[in-house]
Design a protein around this ligand. Structure first.
Ligand SMILES: Cc1cc2nc3c(=O)[nH]c(=O)nc-3n(C[C@H](O)[C@H](O)[C@H](O)COP(=O)(O)OP(=O)(O)OC[C@H]3O[C@@H](n4cnc5c(N)ncnc54)[C@H](O)[C@@H]3O)c2cc1C
Length: 633
């Protein structure tokens, strides 16, 4: 088939959460970029839950924003309810979550894309990757990417391609016995690209995920449910959003529960569930189980939470969080109608499971470039992850690195001590993932340092260096850093005596009295006191912004823990910074155990640190590797 021929710098395949961030990053780096989607009306579509953020995912959005990504800004414009989660716990696990108006979110992101210089949106299915051979041996063939071909035969020549195909490759949706070969929301699946990827030697696998039904709001009895409100004072996701602009009228969500009747219906119909009947081949996410899975795996639990969440301000569609399913329509209706408040519910969209092709991400470097195909990058659900935020975070990094690849500058890799994004990508490319990967705070070993409140201090500089953060935004963070350091210094030096006035003040605040003089910093570190609460006895203090005060409070209160974690990071970085030469042939290292040799040859770790995290590689193997590297310096 002959067709049109165009030349661009970057082709981004997919306009979901990963593709949007990737394309914006490339275009903002000045590269001519085209973003492909099977439907322009589904740009930044949320096919499942109507929220952005949440535990650890909120951290990802903040980090993405600090680096110059878009998700945080768009959700700040389009949320309908917002909550800071886990506020009763320590600051490491505080996480922002916002209910999105899905249609508005999609529209707002599309508008950003449409108005971005150097970026073109194209509705077309990409069916083939174009490449040239760069190296061939008995065991390995390597390629360089040269572009993509679409269904109509159009050729887009490019220097880099970023694959962000989400859940669309050979997608199959299942609702009981009813199976359709479509992508999410009845959108067209992309059935051809997989074969082209396989022809390039890319190893594919098949994962699945699922979504609950959407109900007509008018059919729900909210009086039988607990109302869930947003925060009184909303904190924005983006470091560049004005806090006053997010103080809006919020909508409510609702909480109800399943019960024994619900569970009985599910148990009685398990043979009609595609998962339990063996119809589904793909592996699903352990941490987002379907209601069938919950009932089977947690058989002793009498009830499960069900969150009823609006899909937007101007729609009657309500999302039934916690009850994703692939049971047949009649069973779904019966099961949902056992839940208090849903007795007369009408289903707008049935729950369904979706199966799709994705890759084993161990074929990627931590830059998200394919090890054997230069210029080919990938991000999002295609890399075996799950979730909008995980996708967006990878999209941004893949976009930045495709840009650096073309410009010939050093690509960026965030390590596990720098960012949740670093943990996410390191886990994906280093560990063997057998199910869709979801971010969780427990995956981050340095989580006291990787807080959502300090993402700007950790990452703005990197965003600035790659050209995604403005001079003004960067200068703001530099000044913030200086203000924090200067004020902490002052607080450590200013001492208050154990005099009558101070003892009275402490007594009033239910704080124990002083035996000798103490610094203001020591007082702030007490749980019952804070920077704000000691204002009365610190009359010479400067006037500081809220975000500076927040950092001072956290730094002083968690000083001991933070110092301990910084020491651990020092140790971690020693081994992380020992880089392994890209061409190292592990077969040459005779003392290495066979399993370790095979794993290292396959994963091609970029550092000794990464090598040490590969399953099957032991500390003894690492010692052998270090000795070899030392003797072959
Ligand atoms: C039914 C369902 C349930 C889900 N449940 C959950 C859940 O419970 N929890 C959770 O965290 N996440 C869930 N997700 C996943 C969530 O939707 C994704 O993680 C997220 O959308 C992934 O973003 P992405 O950018 O990687 O891909 P997507 O958002 O899927 O976007 C993919 C894009 O690629 C385009 N595309 C694909 N192939 C081609 C091609 N060949 N040519 C041109 N364009 C192409 C599509 O048009 C689309 O724009 C669910 C998804 C679905 C569909």
């Amino acid at each position: 088939m002959s067709g049109i021929r165009e030349q661009v710098d970057v082709c981004v395949v997919g306009a979901g959460h990963a593709g949007c961030e990737a394309a914006l990053a490339c275009a903002r780096m000045g590269l001519e970029t085209v973003i492909f989607t099977v439907s322009v009306d589904s740009i930044a579509l949320m096919p499942c839950n109507p929220n952005i953020g949440g535990s650890s995912k909120g951290h990802l959005v903040r980090e993405l924003d600090a680096l110059g990504g878009e998700m945080g800004k768009v959700i700040d414009q389009t949320f309908i309810q917002s909550k800071m989660l886990n506020v009763s716990k320590g600051p490491a696990v505080h996480s922002l979550r916002a209910q999105a108006d899905k249609a508005e979110y999609s529209r707002a992101m599309r508008k950003v894309l449409e108005n971005q210089a150097h970026l073109t949106i194209k509705q077309a299915e990409v069916v083939e990757l174009l490449s040239v051979h760069t190296e061939a041996s008995d065991t390995i063939t390597s390629y360089r990417i040269t572009g993509v071909k679409t269904y109509t035969g159009a050729i887009y020549e490019s220097k880099a391609v970023i694959l962000c195909t989400g859940t669309y490759l050979k997608a199959r949706c299942l609702c009981g016995e009813a199976i359709t070969h479509t992508g999410p929301n009845g959108l067209q699946a992309a059935n051809e690209l997989t074969d082209s990827l396989k022809a390039l030697g890319i190893e594919m696998c098949r994962f699945k995920t699922g979504t609950p039904a959407r109900m007509d709001k008018r059919s729900i009895d909210f009086s039988k449910m607990e109302e869930q409100f947003g925060d009184e004072r909303v904190i924005p996701f983006s470091f560049s959003t004005d806090e006053e602009s997010v103080q809006i009228d919020q909508v409510s969500c609702w909480l109800t529960y399943t019960n024994e009747k619900t569970h009985d219906i599910i148990r009685a119909n398990l043979d009609r569930s595609p998962i339990y009947a063996g119809v589904i081949e793909g592996t699903g996410p352990r941490y987002c189980p379907s209601i069938e899975d919950k009932v089977v795996k947690f058989a002793d639990k009498e009830r499960h939470q069900v969150f009823i969440e609006p899909e937007g301000r101007h729609t009657n569609e309500m999302y039934v969080g916690g009850m994703s399913s692939s049971l047949p329509e009649d069973v779904q209706l019966a099961m949902y109608r056992t839940v208090p408040g849903l007795e007369h519910c009408k289903i707008v969209k049935n729950a369904y499971a979706i199966e799709y092709d994705c890759i084993k991400p161990d074929q990627l470097y931590p830059t998200l470039e394919f090890k054997r195909i230069s210029g080919l990058f990938s991000a999002g659900q295609f890399n075996g992850s799950s979730g909008y935020e995980e996708a967006a975070a990878q999209g941004l990094i893949a976009g930045i690195n495709a840009g650096c690849y073309i410009k010939g500058c050093e690509q960026i890799v965030l390590d596990r001590s720098q960012a949740y994004i670093g943990v996410l990508i390191d886990d994906l490319v280093t560990k063997e993932n057998f199910e869709p990967y979801r971010m969780m705070t427990s995956r981050a070993e340095y989580r006291l340092l990787l807080r959502q409140d300090n993402a700007d201090l950790r990452l703005r500089r990197i965003g600035y260096q790659v050209g995604l953060v403005t001079e003004e935004q960067y200068q703001y963070v530099c000044e913030k850093e200086q203000l924090i350091a200067k004020e902490m210094d002052r607080l450590r030096q200013v001492k208050v005596g154990a005099n009558k006035e101070i003892q009275m003040f402490l007594n009033q605040k239910n704080s124990s009295s002083l035996k000798t003089a103490a610094s203001l910093a020591e007082l702030i570190s007490r749980p019952e006191l804070s920077y704000e609460r000691i204002a009365e006895i610190d009359t010479d203090r400067p006037c500081l912004p809220k975000d500076v005060i927040e950092q001072i409070n956290i730094n002083l209160k968690y000083d001991g823990y933070i110092k301990r974690q910084l020491k651990q990071v020092e140790q971690f970085q020693k081994i992380e910074n020992k880089k392994i030469a890209p061409g190292l042939d592990y077969n040459e290292i005779k003392n290495l155990r066979l399993e370790a040799r095979q794993k290292l040859q396959k994963f091609k770790p970029v550092s000794v640190g990464q090598a040490s995290r590969i399953s099957g590689v032991t500390p003894a193997d690492i010692s052998v590797l270090l000795v070899y590297m030392e003797s072959h310096k």
